[in-house]
Write a protein that binds this ligand. Structure first.
Ligand SMILES: [Zn+2]
Length: 128
């Protein structure tokens, strides 16, 4: 294991001038940082994982953390890292993410059932 110093990042803010804070290893960086960002609104985010079908993004998810936000409403992010899910519009913890993954498993089964049903309908229709 390496004993590296934590990465740091310095960002301009509209209310606290330039601030330097630890940069999580998973953060993509802040190349598109807006200097008008307020201190509490600084957000670290990872690259997205995207569920795409036929050029349409159905769902995206990425790690997020707003280190300076006051702990607020559950599901809206904050200083504790979470996973932001779009279009759900919520930041989830591990248990909720596993729950979402399980629901997607079930949904995939539902889609296969629908495909089976459609296949039967089409076969029936063509035999009459
Ligand atoms: Zn960051």
């Amino acid at each position: 294991m390496s004993v590296e110093q934590p990465r740091m990042v310095t960002l301009a803010t509209s209310d606290h001038r330039a601030v330097t804070l630890p940069e999580p290893s998973w953060c993509l960086g802040h190349a598109l940082h807006d200097p008008e960002t307020q201190y509490a609104d600084i957000i670290h985010s990872s690259s997205d994982i995207t569920l795409t079908f036929r050029h349409t993004a159905l769902m995206t998810a990425c790690l997020v953390q707003s280190p300076n936000a006051t702990p607020g409403t559950a599901g809206l992010g904050g200083p504790t890292p979470g996973v932001s899910v779009y279009p759900l519009g919520e930041t989830l913890g591990p248990a909720q993410l596993y729950e979402l993954a399980a629901r997607l498993d079930t949904y995939a089964d539902d889609l296969r059932e629908l495909a089976d049903q459609l296949t039967r309908i089409l076969q029936h229709g063509s035999s009459e």
